[in-house]
Design a protein around this ligand. Structure first.
Ligand SMILES: NC(=O)c1ccc[n+]([C@@H]2O[C@H](COP(=O)([O-])OP(=O)(O)OC[C@H]3O[C@@H](n4cnc5c(N)ncnc54)[C@H](OP(=O)(O)O)[C@@H]3O)[C@@H](O)[C@H]2O)c1
Length: 353
């Protein structure tokens, strides 16, 4: 009989951690979810899921909360913070506790991203491969990886990392991501009776990009963490296809019953900032669930250098996913179907009208 698998999801309330906790629980794992705020699992509380409220920047306090996790076999590090030192401290503190209390600890998976390849600084080598040399800019991921690989030397446990492209999904506590922002943008335009204009330049409209469904990302992380031969390696992951907004845009416009229009001169950040009162009015009019709309303008600009945003870059944003396929992970999702499926879900859950 297989040994029981027990996960610790660190950052369980986030856009990547929340669906990971759900997917693990659905697959029959016992799951400890660590975050300061409780995640809201899809379908409600799950008997397999135990939330441990801890601030991982405080090593001593975290140890007090996590000391009982003696049966953890697999850790999934999905915590996030804009400050590199804080990110590093959280990984170190989590590893300190796990190594001290969990004798059956087998693997820690790091949630990295295409920023590892300097993707947010400007055009980068594409498709990016896991074996590409490090570049200035991915430094915060390198420091974390170096911390973990250094501590792994001579140990029985292994590390893995997944490097997703833009993540699309929904986590009640951290709902701002590409899919929710596009759904809100389309809903605002429908309310205004305007065509579905592309809020970016012609270069953005034409560039090749990849995205990933947060649940597929979760399953890929579980796969690499538990599959023989994957230990001590990193894996690029994506939906499996790539697209240009130019061709995706009419399909998304169709969901909102709008005519697609090409590149628009306005910035999405400004458009969203100006429409906050309208969204509040729509929330009342259609009895929508509260959404932290005020976070969307800054999110779209994010840390990507202007004029690019997290919605679209003026350069190709592609990584090579051969390695994860060769490891046996074959799941793919058509990105157009993913967007439409998510928008349907957001509509049925009253996030958008
Ligand atoms: N989102 C994307 O599109 C994307 C794309 C590629 C790569 N990534 C990478 O994926 C990783 C996870 O990012 P994410 O987008 O899932 O982040 P996120 O949605 O912002 O979630 C961050 C998680 O970290 C937890 N956290 C933050 N500070 C904490 C603290 N002091 N103590 C305990 N928990 C803390 C948060 O929980 P509380 O606030 O409740 O404590 C939350 O659960 C990052 O390395 C990121 O670079 C993300």
């Amino acid at each position: 009989m297989d040994k029981p698998k027990v996960a610790m999801v660190i950052g369980a309330s986030g856009v990547t951690g929340n669906p990971l906790a759900e997917q693990l629980a659905l697959a029959g794992w016992k799951v400890y979810g660590v975050s300061r705020h409780p995640p809201q699992l899809r379908g409600g509380p799950h008997a397999q899921f135990h939330h441990l409220p801890a601030d991982l920047t405080d090593g001593r306090a975290a140890r007090a909360v996590l000391a009982g996790c003696t049966d953890v076999t697999h850790a999934f590090h999905c915590a996030n913070d804009a400050r590199p030192d804080t990110r590093l401290a959280m990984i170190g503190n989590a590893l300190d506790v796990i190594e001290a209390v969990a004798p059956g600890f087998a693997n820690i998976n790091l949630l990295q991203g295409t920023k590892y390849y300097g993707s947010y600084l400007g055009p980068f080598k594409t498709p990016a491969k896991e074996t590409d040399p490090r570049v200035p800019g991915g430094d915060f991921y390198y420091a974390e990886e170096d911390l973990v690989t250094g501590r792994q030397q001579g140990k029985r446990w292994t590390w893995t990392a997944v490097r997703p492209t833009a993540v699309c999904g929904y986590a009640a506590g951290n709902p701002v991501n590409l899919a929710t922002v596009l759904a809100i943008y389309g809903s605002l335009l429908r309310e205004l009776g305007q065509p579905f204009g592309f809020p970016g330049t012609a270069a953005c409209f034409n560039a090749l990009i990849q995205v990933i469904d947060a649940e597929l990302l979760a399953r890929s992380a579980i796969w690499v963490s538990t599959t023989a031969g994957c230990g001590n390696k990193a894996f690029n992951v994506s939906n499996g296809d790539m697209f240009r907004w130019k061709y995706m845009w009419p399909a998304l416009a169709g969901f909102f019953g709008l005519e697609a229009a090409g590149p628009q001169p306005y910035s999405l950040k400004q458009f969203l900032s100006d429409r906050q009162p309208l969204w509040q009015a729509m929330t009342r009019k259609y009895s929508l669930k509260p959404f932290p709309f005020e976070r969307t303008p800054d999110w779209v600009q994010g840390s990507f250098s202007p004029p690019n945003s997290r919605l679209a870059c003026e350069y190709d944003f592609i990584s090579d996913t051969l390695r994860v396929r060769q490891s046996g992970f074959s799941e793919v999702i058509d990105s157009e179907q993913m967007f439409r499926g998510m928008f349907e879900r957001f509509r049925s859950e009253k996030l958008i009208p």
